[in-house]
Design a protein around this ligand. Structure first.
Ligand code: KG4
Ligand code: ZN
Length: 396
């Protein structure tokens, strides 16, 4: 089954064709990052206008990259919730129109579900698994698949698998698919949640943030330190040159499996003011002008360590409370974080899954994959004349 997935919930215009929920045939992402790094954050009205410009060429390219025509497409999936109102509208209205025009079943998909299902997409690096290369349009930064090197071999023979040694899909799926019940840690710009999944398409929220999301916290701390938007990658880059034990930042005291990140952001602000010997009243936007490169790196490293520790402490508690859990999947933009990937790898007693780094952020492939598993779980297509967008909604 070939599904066209369309994603426009924030500042990426993306479309992808995925076969049977796992095999990427094409993956096109046009990012607006270079527009918004100039402003220091997303401007919803500008994002919606950019989606409008990019959406049809992006969909067209996703079909061309996959060497397919509309006749080959079995269904259309689109993000309809949650996200920026204007951005969601462009993707959803386009998908509705195309579904009516080409007589295709249409499935509205929840954005967090899509992030989770990025973990079911086959990893690249083994020849023949990704047919369509990720494409970028109009000079936007190219989104590429980072993991190009062959996988270590697991068949008892010396050395690494050569790219020519194509692993059969069933062999790979057996080894690389999360098992149920599982915990999904959704960490993005808008959400921080731990979910318990008993089976496919079944979600129970067991922890959530009381205020800011973790990605939002990365973005706000980056702003204080004068690092470019989006904050996650720029903090990580700067942290590589810093000392993570230089500044002691607090862990929020939140009950159970819930999170809070607004206090951590304020703690960074106060520590910077203290370090610079400036009063609380000193404007936060000016602090960056007084910080040295080394101080910025030390703050980045100390903040990144604290954020990763908080996430993994809650995850350990969740695993203790749910001893039946067989796998943990990380999902959302922050799951690209290398320090998190390294530290999570040390967790004992459970299998850990991260999406391919290029599929951690917003993309159409994860929408198509989530849709496939919805269909497998018996979800019926929606009426293309009636699908609505919802800027806010919980995963169901
Ligand atoms: O999932 P996503 O692309 O969009 C939403 O659904 O929100 O997540 C975007 C967030 C941003 O806050 C960005 O700073 C963060 O993901 N992010 C990272 C990294 N890459 C992106 N945070 C930490 N480390 C990264 N490497
Ligand atoms: Zn997202």
């Amino acid at each position: 089954m070939k599904i066209l997935g369309i994603e426009t919930s924030c500042d990426e215009t993306a479309a992808s064709v995925v076969e049977d929920g796992k095999r990427i045939l094409s993956n096109v992402v046009v990012s607006q990052i270079d527009i918004f790094s100039a402003y220091g954050g997303v401007i919803p009205e500008v994002a919606a206008r950019s989606h409008l410009e990019a959406i049809l060429p992006v969909i067209d390219t996703s079909l061309k990259d996959a060497n397919l025509t509309w006749d080959d497409i079995d269904a259309i999936a689109v993000t309809h919730t949650p996200g920026l109102l204007g951005s969601l509208l462009i993707g959803t209205l386009t998908a509705r129109t195309l579904a009516i025009l080409h007589k295709k079943p249409l499935y509205p998909v929840h954005h967090l579900k899509s992030h989770i299902y990025a973990n079911w997409i086959e990893k690249s690096g083994i020849k023949g698994q990704i047919r369509g290369e990720t494409t970028s349009l109009r000079g936007f930064p190219e989104v590429t698949t980072e993991e190009k090197t062959p996988k270590p071999r697991d068949d008892g023979r010396e050395g690494r698998r050569s790219p020519e040694e194509v692993v059969s899909a069933s062999e790979l799926m057996e080894k690389s698919v999360p098992s149920f019940p599982l915990l999904a840690m959704v960490i993005s710009g808008g959400h921080t949640q731990i979910l318990y999944m008993k089976r496919h398409n079944h979600f129970e929220i067991i922890g959530t943030t009381h205020d800011d999301a973790i990605g939002e916290c990365f973005d706000k701390v980056a702003k204080i330190l004068g690092l470019p938007y989006p904050g996650g990658p720029s903090i990580s880059k700067s942290a590589k040159l810093g000392n993570e034990t230089k500044y002691k930042l607090p862990h929020p005291k939140v009950e159970n499996l819930d999170f809070s990140f607004s206090g951590l952001k304020t703690a960074v602000l106060r520590t910077v003011q203290k370090e610079l010997d400036l009063p609380i009243s000193h404007p936060s936007h000016d602090l960056k002008n007084h910080l040295t490169e080394q101080q910025i790196a030390d703050f980045s490293a100390s903040f990144e360590k604290t954020a990763v520790d908080i996430l993994l402490e809650k995850l350990s508690l969740a695993l203790k409370q749910h001893p039946d859990v067989k796998s943990v999947v990380f999902a959302g933009g922050v799951s690209a974080n290398q320090k998190l990937r390294k530290e999570a790898g040390k967790l004992k007693g459970t299998e850990i899954f991260f999406p391919e780094p290029s599929l951690s952020g917003d993309n159409g492939a994860m929408v198509a994959s989530a849709c496939f598993y919805e269909i497998e779980s018996g979800v019926k297509p929606a009426d293309p004349y009636r699908i609505n967008i919802l800027p806010r909604s919980e995963i169901k």
